[in-house]
Ligand binder design. Structure first.
Ligand code: GLY
Length: 343
């Protein structure tokens, strides 16, 4: 088998999570090789809306709710640092979000949610028709992955695209990665392949090591071209949201389907999202026909991310971020790269 030539650290997966970890490691002077089965930033990170909104996602205390707030707090500096290193502009705005109640029962639910979220440190104010979350923000994930790729390249990360990982073999100090292009060895590795992570066999000295399984939860999104600045905060009602990029591109979501990696758009789901979104923002009814796309949220059985070192091996897991991969990228990178560098 052809040897690809190895870096000290091999990152499997070039989404926003793997890309952020590779960048942080390379900043600290590590030699990094990043592998992606298709193209850098081409899957869930490309598809994601980029809502940085713990207010819409977390109601009760959990370590992930705290981690999400930590990551949101890191975002402004993360974006500024990436822009500073690369010159690539990133559309990031703390635009706030309005969660709408349509009935008295929904309003009572929102008030209960506001009380529970106050305990977590998530601020919400009463506004006309619902609650306003002043700290919720948005980012264009495609800008982030474009900048991450540039930052990684500037820092000398070797990016091998169209390189599928078949298996990983790990001990405490050596990782051998079997890929479609040959074997690659390093002194540590990171598994950050999103919904594909759990299918990669990980072997130790005594045989296969169990890692959390993954499955894809497909989501559809629609994009409308509107006048820049014509929509204010993110609008949300249940699982429907509308958010507006600085360019005017306005995204409506979403859906959740467990259909494996089926990439065929479902026109009924597209029509349903359009109808729901137009209830939130009636001008969408007369907007030019939206474009539609889909992506695969990386889920684990308990819907919580798998982040951290695998036993006493030199493999770190960083996948399963489900609905919050874009939000959790800065904190995941800080934690994983920090632990690896400390070792
Ligand atoms: N972050 C929202 C979603 O996954 O649809």
């Amino acid at each position: 088998m052809k040897a690809l030539g190895g870096g000290d650290v091999i990152v499997v997966g070039g989404g926003i999570i793997g890309g952020s970890i590779a960048w942080r490691l390379a900043q600290a002077g590590a030699a990094v090789t990043l592998l992606d089965a298709s193209v850098f930033g081409g899957e869930a990170s490309w598809a994601g809306a980029g809502m940085l909104a713990p207010g819409g996602e977390f109601v009760s205390r959990s370590r992930w709710a705290e981690f999400a707030l930590e990551s949101r707090a890191l975002y402004p500096a993360f974006v500024a640092e990436l822009e500073g290193e690369t010159g690539v502009g990133i559309d990031y705005r703390r635009c706030g979000a309005v969660e709408i109640a349509r009935t008295e029962a929904e309003w009572q639910d929102l008030l209960a949610r506001r009380a529970a979220q106050a305990e977590l440190g998530i601020r919400a104010e009463v506004t006309v028709g619902g609650l306003y979350y002043p700290d919720d923000a948005l980012v264009d994930p495609r800008d982030v992955t474009r900048a991450l790729r540039c930052a990684c390249e500037k820092r000398g990360v070797r990016i091998n695209e169209q390189t599928r990982v078949m298996a990983v073999r790990v001990t405490a100090g050596r990782a051998d990665v079997e890929t479609s292009g040959g074997m690659l060895s390093g002194s540590a590795a990171v598994l950050a392949a999103g919904a594909w992570s759990g299918a990669i066999p990980v072997n130790g000295a005594d045989g296969q090591i169990a890692i959390p399984a993954t499955f894809p939860v497909r989501g559809h999104l629609l994009g409308y071209t509107l006048e820049p600045g014509s929509v204010g905060p993110i609008l949300r009602h249940g699982h429907t949201y509308v958010m507006h990029r600085s360019s005017g591109f306005t995204i409506a979501g979403t859906s959740s389907e467990q259909v494996g990696f089926n990439r065929e758009l479902d026109s009924q789901i597209v029509d349903d999202i359009h109808a729901r979104a137009a209830e939130l923002l009636p001008r969408l009814r007369s907007a030019p026909k939206p474009t539609a796309w889909l992506g695969f949220r990386p889920a684990t059985d308990d819907l919580a991310p798998a982040i951290g070192r695998l036993g006493d091996t030199c493999l770190w897991l960083a996948y399963g971020h489900y609905r919050n991969g874009i939000l959790l990228a800065p904190a995941t990178a800080a934690r994983v790269a920090g632990e690896m560098l400390a070792r």
